[in-house]
Design a protein around this ligand. Structure first.
Ligand code: GLU
Length: 309
């Protein structure tokens, strides 16, 4: 394998003059306070080597990247039955769009738009109090990353609860269609807390390594999901992981990935490595501007695109 540290260093050198580009998400007041002039990136290869650059150890709000972990939990609980509750098609709409939901009678397009993720949280909650469901997710992520220091930022969760009008609208809408089993404020309590998971690039790349390694974490020896399920989660990330920017991300980067409005992007080079990048400034569709640029450079410099080098 090429010298990955040198590759990361070269990406960092090219990104540095651009640090601060994009617009930090401000619809969640707590996120608006984040300094935009930050950039970090981490790669964990399937043989357990870790490469880092910039602010790779700084914890940030992973926001919608948490949807990948919640989806994994939900599939573990109800298996393929999950697809009665949520679809698997790209949405072509914004992350918090309500239009499609009305057309499709309260069944969200995919698990990575907000409506879909709210439905997935509802599934994970079955038989649990909201606090237990969020505890289960936190334990799961700590187990995946083999890192007990990962936490949830309560301030971010509270901030989003106070301003999450659109998410309340989506959840109420689904409840009206009898597509949520639990009260709206309980489901959103879980959803807002999962979005407020606080992790560094390195923790995130470690936690997601199982998706690059046929469902098992080669560094811990933990088997997380079957190879088939890992493949399918990657397929969903490739087609739906960046909202209405998913096609563009596939075109430019060519890796399964999931973004969050905190400015993080998690990506997978199947059979090779998991990657996390973070820079808070977002582009027009809500994906990290420099994060996406750095991943495009990485794919070009390593030949890791799933569509060939
Ligand atoms: N918590 C955010 C929301 O629901 C997540 C959005 C995102 O990261 O894309 O608005």
């Amino acid at each position: 394998m090429a010298d990955l540290q040198a590759t990361l260093d070269s990406i960092y050198a090219d990104i540095q003059p651009r640090i601060g580009e994009g617009k930090v998400a401000d619809y969640i007041p707590e996120l608006a306070k984040v300094d935009p002039k930050q950039f970090g990136m981490a790669i964990v290869t399937v043989d357990g080597k870790v490469y880092r650059v910039g602010d790779a150890d700084t914890a940030f709000s992973i926001q919608s990247i948490s949807k990948v972990f919640m989806l994994t939990l939900a599939l573990g609980k109800v298996g393929e039955g999950l697809w009665k509750r949520v679809g698997r098609e790209p949405s072509g709409s914004a992350f918090n769009s309500i239009v499609q939901l009305e057309h499709e009678s309260g069944i969200p397009r995919n698990p990575f738009i907000n409506a879909g993720a709210i439905a997935v949280s509802d599934v994970v909650m079955a038989g649990h109090a909201p606090r237990e469901a969020i505890g289960e997710l936190l334990r799961f992520v700590r187990y995946l990353a083999d890192d007990e220091s990962i936490t949830i930022d309560d301030k971010v969760a509270r901030s989003e609860t106070q301003t999450g009008y659109r998410n309340f609208a989506l959840a109420n809408f689904m409840r009206a269609y009898r597509k949520l089993d639990h009260p709206v404020d309980h489901v959103l309590g879980v959803y807002f807390h999962q979005c407020a998971l606080s992790m560094s690039c390195e923790q995130l790349a470690r936690a997601g390594l199982f998706l690059a390694a046929r469902g098992s974490n080669p560094t811990t020896g933990h088997s997380v999901v079957s190879p088939k399920r890992a493949r399918r989660i990657n397929a969903l990330m490739l087609t739906c992981g960046h909202y209405d920017g998913s096609g563009d991300f596939a075109y430019h980067v060519g890796l399964p990935g999931k973004s969050g409005v905190g400015g993080g992007i998690f990506a997978v080079a199947p059979g090779i490595a998991s990657i996390a990048v973070w820079s808070p400034g977002l582009n027009k569709v809500g994906n990290s501007q420099l994060g996406a640029a750095a991943l495009e450079m990485l794919a070009a410099r390593t030949g890791w695109s799933v569509f060939g080098d």
